[in-house]
Write a protein that binds this ligand. Structure first.
Ligand SMILES: [Fe+2]
Length: 179
């Protein structure tokens, strides 16, 4: 099952776990209330996996590709890593399925606190449109992930503050209805 926790306030190496002390773990139900969806799949059979196909069909995740994030494999690595870790939102869902390696997705809760989600092989996650978030590799410095999308992908990141975009307003409405 996915591990998630509230973060400490330290600004040092983001690739460290940054668990708050005392520990404040976060469960799937709490993530769901933020609109974050999670599935555990068998990453060894991603090429032919009825479970993955079912999710893709139900949620219209028609588009996909596979990316590797590592110093060797990703062009403009340093620049990209910095970009991924800059707090931002998108106008669409961000969907990732970790096929190998690992990394951290950080998302803001309804009170604007950081929750860190540790993603490893077999973890698939959907972040809702309009949620502020960021991504970092961990000490492994390597992840291979499937990116999925509803239709033609748009990767534009709107760095915070992006409170004026419609997706943000819609997300805040969603949170308010859940409260
Ligand atoms: Fe993003």
């Amino acid at each position: 099952m996915v591990q998630a926790w509230y973060m400490d306030a330290s600004a040092d190496d983001p690739r460290r776990p940054h668990r708050a002390e005392p520990a404040r773990p976060v469960g799937l139900e709490q993530l769901r209330r933020l609109g974050v969806l999670y599935w555990k799949l068998d990453a060894d059979k991603y090429e032919n996996d009825p479970e993955l196909e079912k999710i893709r069909k139900e949620r219209n995740y028609s588009w996909m590709d596979i990316v590797t994030i590592s110093r060797e494999k990703l062009p403009d690595y340093e620049e990209k890593i910095k970009m991924f870790y800059t707090e931002h939102l998108h106008l669409d869902e961000e969907i990732r399925y970790v096929l190998d390696g690992s990394g951290y997705f950080d998302v803001r809760d309804a009170e604007d606190r950081w929750i860190r989600i540790a993603m490893e092989k077999g973890d698939m996650i959907t972040l809702p449109a309009g949620i502020y978030h960021r991504f970092t590799l961990d000490k492994q410095n390597y992840v291979k992930a499937m990116r999925l999308f509803v239709g033609e992908p748009v990767w534009t990141a709107h760095n915070r503050p992006a409170d004026h975009v419609e997706a943000r307003g819609q997300y805040l409405t969603f949170l308010a209805q859940r409260a």
